[in-house]
Design a protein around this ligand. Structure first.
Ligand SMILES: Nc1ncnc2c1ncn2[C@@H]1O[C@H](COP(=O)(O)OP(=O)(O)OP(=O)(O)O)[C@@H](O)[C@H]1O
Ligand SMILES: Nc1ncnc2c1ncn2[C@@H]1O[C@H](COP(=O)(O)OP(=O)(O)OP(=O)(O)O)[C@@H](O)[C@H]1O
Ligand SMILES: [Mg+2]
Ligand SMILES: [Mg+2]
Lengths: 163, 165, 165, 163
């Protein structure tokens, strides 16, 4: 219904405006309705502006900026209406060192409200994990899962698990 | 969550996703991490084989390797230990919700909620409005699709807001 | 290669890609690495603004920041120091080939080969059959598109083979 | 023309069959024509089989496997008809540690024939670079390029350039 959508839109937009600068260490973004007269069917647009840059066509943003903007939106939606869990499959792949750090900090801060399952190849992201499962194929083509006890190992050992 | 015969998981595998804290899956390319995510979506009622990278739904059944022959069926069991988070009605009095989906190579399917037979629609209804819904859900971001949210059509972004509304 | 006013390169920047050895571009997200690749494609004759992430072609002109006003035009100069690799005719006797492409905000364009005015078509012809061609070329893999070669339609994969044929 | 295409197809296929197992440390792959009777218009399909697995629908491969298969094809085309240069923008993003190592080894071995320009966030890939350019935005929104002298610095310093 119109009112439900409007209410959700406004609330999610508020969160989005707050989360974006946290992930980007500055800048601003907001959601806009393409056709405010037609709440029932209007599309939703994103205006996003990384720190110091001017807002233009969102398509001109870099690969990492687009990924981080999408993450900001997903987080904003979760803050409004948390789902039982959130699965993120290699969303950190295009991010640089500093963006990954802020992404991890954001995920960590939401742990009390959302159950996160992350898939990653990045050691920095692994550092914020509370539980790690290693998926392996000792026998080709057959997957197997091993539980990795984090408290029992030091960081270099964790990294070497990858190899 | 338990996978049995789903994609590369021919040997039954059980994974416990801790309720408190971040669970991270790691491993080399092609070892099965995204297959676990596919199994999760499938158990929640995914109906499009394309969203699971297959041409037809039977593609999710273990198809054999040089050492092992193909499986005749696959099954995924998904246990939720906190039903009030999932569903506002019907199952509140259960301590857990167990969702089972089974597919046989001849394309017949079975679905169960707490060991009671049901239809796929019942499973999908269970998760309606939780953000876990297939195409419109915002809870599962598959590999490669994070950038697409930013570059997608405005009408598709609307679906995300609608699901949360 | 020289960028002047192209996307985020408002201050003229000159990059020397060494002929022998691997040149690697590094830097944080959004600093301009892929913009350099866009400039390269643009200088080679890219006609689709969509392939350069823009809505219209003037989107490649520096559009201003909080501190700087927008540029009125942009220009990319591309120098090839080994013409025999590029073109089998016409320019063999030159020690270098310099390709220049300029675009003004009113959408007028200028093209030059070795400082001589020419048409966009002449630039595209120069690079025909070298693998550098825009859509069908196999020399430039843009960000995010590597997986697409494997999942693309068979007819699109044909283009890659055709370009090399 | 038909003959040109056929000749290119056979030659590229031969290279592809050789390059794929080098990148995957095993396995096999080949190119096939969808309609062998219609050389003029037929599409080209890829059959790819990582070591120990059975060839099925190429769409079922993982993100990293798909990327590496595409890299094998591009390399195969380059071995048949080298282009003046090859630009790879973050193709190593979905690859794990071992695949990146083999990918770098392959690129290194082709350096005498092809001028490579790589964009990457990955330290392992940076290690095989002969020349590094750092792209920065000291002033927001304004790009600038700095040449990084590799011979003059040690590895930890190179990695810290990222931050
Ligand atoms: N029905 C099936 N039977 C057997 N193996 C399958 C089946 N479906 C997919 N696979 C195999 O599973 C592998 C893909 O696994 P998955 O996508 O989970 O990898 P991943 O761990 O996510 O890797 P990456 O890090 O590259 O993303 C492929 O090698 C594929 O061949
Ligand atoms: N016409 C323009 N004028 C000014 N800035 C522009 C213009 N077009 C694009 N940009 C800016 O350039 C940036 C994108 O640069 P680019 O894609 O090269 O980043 P990148 O270094 O490849 O980053 P990543 O590592 O995330 O892929 C964006 O922030 C965008 O706003
Ligand atoms: Mg994966
Ligand atoms: Mg980029």
């Amino acid at each position: 219904s119109c009112e439900l959508f409007s209410k959700a839109f406004k609330a999610i937009n508020e969160q989005f405006e707050e989360v974006f600068p946290l992930l980007f260490n500055g800048g601003a973004a907001k959601l806009t309705l393409i056709d405010e007269q037609n709440i029932l069917e209007t599309g939703v647009d994103i205006m996003a502006c990384p720190p110091g840059k001017t807002t233009k066509n969102i398509n001109l943003l870099s690969g990492g900026e687009k990924a981080l903007t999408a993450i900001a939106l997903i987080v904003a939606i979760f803050l409004y209406k948390p789902s039982p869990f959130c699965v993120l499959d290699e969303v950190d792949a295009p991010l640089d060192v500093n963006n990954i750090r802020r992404f991890c900090k954001m995920i960590k801060s939401l742990t009390s409200r959302v159950q996160f399952i992350l898939i990653t190849h990045n050691p920095k992201t692994m550092e914020v994990a509370d539980y790690i499962y290693g998926v392996t194929m000792e026998e080709s083509g057959v997957s197997k899962v091993v539980s990795v006890d984090l408290k029992a190992m030091t960081l270099p050992k964790k990294i070497s698990i990858l190899r | 969550m338990e996978l049995n015969g789903f994609k590369s998981f021919i040997d039954k595998v059980s994974i416990n996703f801790s309720e408190h804290g971040i669970t991270t899956l790691i491993g080399p390319n092609g070892c099965g991490k995204s297959n676990i995510v596919d199994a999760l979506r499938w158990a929640l009622g995914e109906q499009s084989s394309q969203h699971l990278r297959g041409k037809s739904m039977v593609d999710v059944i273990f198809s054999g390797t040089e050492q092992r022959s193909a499986a005749g069926f696959c099954e995924v069991n998904l246990t939720f230990s906190n039903p009030k988070n999932i569903s506002k009605f019907k199952y509140d009095d259960f301590p857990e919700i167990l969702v089972t989906r089974r597919l046989y190579r001849d394309s017949t399917s079975e679905y169960q909620i707490n060991k009671t037979s049901c239809r796929l629609l019942d499973i999908k209804d269970l998760f309606a409005d939780t953000g876990l819904g297939g195409k419109r859900g915002y809870s599962i971001i598959e590999q490669g699709s994070v950038g697409m949210i930013t570059t997608s059509k405005p009408s598709e972004r609307r679906f995300l807001i609608e699901e949360a509304a």
